[in-house]
Design a protein around this ligand. Structure first.
Ligand code: NDP
Length: 324
């Protein structure tokens, strides 16, 4: 089968299309014939070596497709099922072996491209807004990169929960997208000091929570944007990893709470995964949640997709069209 292989960490050119054997599903696993694979920032972290993986490896943490075969003891899915999954590495390939408990059946009303595109960023937006800091209509949230893949979904879910949303984006076109997703206010953070603007927009108080996926370049000002006893949710490093933090800083900035969550710890078992995935896929199928797919690339062009994502040129979701 065709698969992207990374034999040494580095730039997008390290994503090389090669031929490898189709894997065999073991006990509790299923073999999925991949139709669409999602492209996520985490794939860049693995490619550059910020997140560690044994070499060589096939990147990609998200896909949709058809179950081809199942291993011993698998009862959750069967051959022929339309499925989607996230957080199992190796989806930049024609086939992947996935623990069966991580596979979610795709509703008939939902296309496989939308299913692939919704899983990782959708379940992330879900845990951020429902679990890490459960929003309600008394809250104001600051959401960075609000027109990005995770951003557009987080904005919509924050609005579904009744919160007031302030988004930050890099361009005016992205501001339009964030507003269309429901953001009440949008700040162009390359042009304005967003912490000053947030304080102005909240009457000097600050927001209840910051969902910060940008990392190094926004961290300090995100702390400045919080109300006393607000919650800093640092969940990504798009601009680089956040350096070490002195606990005393959290005292000085207003007895703040700081957390650094990840999706895997919010889909601990089939029950938790099903809750989040069925909410996300169901809302998209019902039209309550909108998924913006920016672009689909052939599998061989995974490197181009990485370049586009890292250069801030994209909005919403990027996919690899594996079957086509
Ligand atoms: P995005 O579509 O959000 O793309 C990244 C965006 O970040 C860019 O479009 C850009 O938007 C903004 N950005 C700001 N500064 C930079 C920079 N220096 N380099 C690159 N981008 C920058 O990507 P994803 O939705 O895939 O991921 C968003 C973030 O969420 C990532 O950090 C990812 O690791 C994190 N994440 C974390 C998860 C978790 O569980 N912890 C799970 C899923 C995602 P703009 O131009 O508007 O500034």
């Amino acid at each position: 089968m065709k698969a992207i292989l990374v034999s040494e960490c580095g730039g997008p050119e390290k994503l090389v299309l090669g031929d490898v054997a189709v894997p065999t599903p073991g006990a509790g696993q299923a073999l999925v014939k991949i139709v669409h694979s999602g492209v996520n920032f985490i794939d860049i972290y693995f490619r550059i070596g910020l997140y560690k993986a044994d070499l060589p490896f096939t990147p990609g943490m998200e896909a949709s497709g058809i179950v081809e075969a199942v291993g011993e003891g698998v009862t959750d899915v069967a051959a022929g099922d339309r499925v989607a999954y996230a957080m199992c590495r190796g989806s930049y390939a024609e086939y992947a072996v996935v623990p069966a408990w991580q596979l979610v059946k795709v509703p008939d009303a939902l296309s496989l491209d939308k299913a692939a595109g919704a899983m990782l960023q959708g379940m992330t937006a879900h845990y951020l807004t429902h679990s890490t800091f459960p929003l309600n209509d008394t809250h104001t949230a600051l959401i960075h990169a609000a027109a990005g893949g995770a951003g557009l979904l987080t904005v919509q879910m924050a609005k579904m929960r009744g919160a007031r949303v302030i988004g930050t984006v890099g361009t005016k076109a992205k501001a339009e997208l964030a507003r269309a997703a429901g953001a009440d206010e949008v700040i162009l953070y390359d042009e304005q000091e967003f912490d000053v603007e947030v304080k102005r927009l909240t009457g000097g108080k600050g927001v209840d929570v910051v969902y910060d996926s940008v990392g190094a370049s926004t961290f300090q000002k995100s702390l400045n944007s919080l109300r006393i006893r607000g919650m800093m949710v640092s969940f990504g490093n798009a601009s680089g990893a956040v350096p070490a933090v002195e606990p005393l800083l959290l005292n000085q900035k207003g007895s703040l709470f700081l957390t650094r969550p990840t999706l895997a710890h919010h889909c601990l078992d089939r029950q938790e995964l099903s809750w989040r995935a069925n909410d996300v896929l169901g809302w998209i199928a019902d039209g309550k949640l909108s998924l913006h797919i920016d672009k689909s690339y052939p599998l061989a062009d995974a490197g181009v997709a990485h370049e586009d994502l890292a250069s801030r040129r994209t909005t919403g979701k990027l996919l690899l069209n594996v079957e086509g």
